[in-house]
Design a protein around this ligand. Sequence first.
Ligand code: 13P
Ligand code: SF4
Length: 308
Amino acid sequence: MDLHQKITELKKQKNAVILAHYYQVPEIQEVADYVGDSLGLSQKAAETDAEMIVFAGVHFMAETAKILNPDKKVLLPDLMAGCSLADSCPADAFRTLVKAHPDHEVITYVNCSAEVKALSDIICTSSNAEKIVNSVPKDVPIIFAPDKNLGKYIQKKTGRKMLLWDGACIVHEAFSMDKLLKLYKENPGSKIIAHPESESHILETATYVGSTAGMIDYVKKHPAEKFIVATEAGILHKMQQEVPQAVLIPAPAEEDNTCACSECAFMKMNTLQKLYDCLLNENPQIEVTAEIRKKAIVPIERMLELSK
Ligand code: 13P
Ligand code: SF4
């Protein structure tokens, strides 16, 4: 039996569900029960009746699943799979900011730790950020953390003034404007699509800006076209499966890394072997203290309620 078959067998035996993000390596996406964006993954985690959740993504995603399922085992193939955005917002510094602005509604992007979620009023993802911001009465000021690029984009779309945390994603900040424009000229008729974690000058070139799931849906509406895709390159696997005729070109990074495109080193820490091992050994597990969970579940549930 190969690893894929072994994982499929084991997951049946253990009544486990495998949830994977679009940035995971193709072989993990292929063995997963569900592949999606952060919102879709939280929704699946909230509704699953499996006994165990194997989260093929990064730490904050698995932590969100654990907050939603305190009595289930939630496994992450590699505990070191973090996120630069989550790391850019330490809970102590965030608490100081929140305390200094008691009249502000605190909207926090899901890419943050459980401690930061516990300090927040509502969580959002890239697919519902605009809706969540618009749900706050117009006269109430907003703190938006930790992604300043998403924050600036939503600020522009909603016209709301928001106090932005100074955080960013290393992958989405690495796109090169010069290389992108050169690529665009070399591919006449192509469309640039971008994730809102990208910087504003990149977003201004895009015909579509949205979450990973939103980008896939957009491409599905234009199946025979050519796209330059400004997000992590793992998305190309599912996107190409959905639109086999489309030409998909990853947007170039300033400093080309391993794949001459943009890869999230954290997402890529998970491998099929580690996924198998963690399912077999039921380890490493995600733990969240009851005290943090009690507070962090409130803004997550508010988001899920507003996203129905
Ligand atoms: P999505 O919610 O759009 O999938 O984004 C998650 C992420 O980490 C983007 O870098
Ligand atoms: Fe975090 Fe960026 Fe990786 Fe997404 S791509 S998980 S925001 S470091």
